[in-house]
Unconditional design. Structure first.
Length: 153
């Protein structure tokens, strides 16, 4: 059986296009991997900056930083860490103002601060989210001044 020249030409074109598709797929995949690695490196540096700015914002609201309980959690499948802070805020400070200040700071990095209130525990939780990752979590609890205990005589 003799192949027609047009059939051989078509097979060569198909083989060439298949090779080109494989090369483009490999190049695109490698670019995406490089982009993700660069993003994680950049996010790691940004997370460090955000951490310092959160300390600064908390001190502006007269929060005693030495009394802030701070824990670090690894974000799965990344080289990033999420920092959780349990913060007791002065009774005259409104958590809404802290949320607003954190949101303005996060917007500089194309992020946002998302707050939620837990009335049962009397806390406000604020997550600082950037590129789909929560980098900081602040759990704010208002300081309640204790009334003196009256003793019976």
């Amino acid at each position: 059986m003799i192949f027609d020249k047009s059939v051989i030409f078509r097979f060569l074109i198909i083989a060439l296009l298949a090779i080109l598709a494989i090369v483009l797929f490999a190049a695109t995949t490698q670019r995406q991997i490089d982009k993700i690695e660069k993003l994680h490196r950049d996010l790691s540096a940004i997370a460090t900056e955000i951490d310092a700015e959160v300390d600064s914002i908390l001190s502006q609201f007269h929060v005693e930083l030495k009394k802030v309980r701070k824990r670090t959690f690894t974000i799965p499948n990344t080289n990033l860490n999420r920092i959780e802070r349990r913060v007791t805020i002065p009774k005259d400070v409104d958590p809404l103002h802290i949320n607003q200040a954190l949101n303005l700071m996060a917007q500089k990095y194309d992020g946002r601060a998302i707050g939620s209130e837990n009335l049962k525990e009397n806390t406000v939780t604020i997550h600082i989210k950037l590129d789909g990752y929560i980098l900081e979590t602040l759990i704010l609890k208002s300081r309640v001044e204790q009334k003196p205990i009256k003793r019976k005589k």
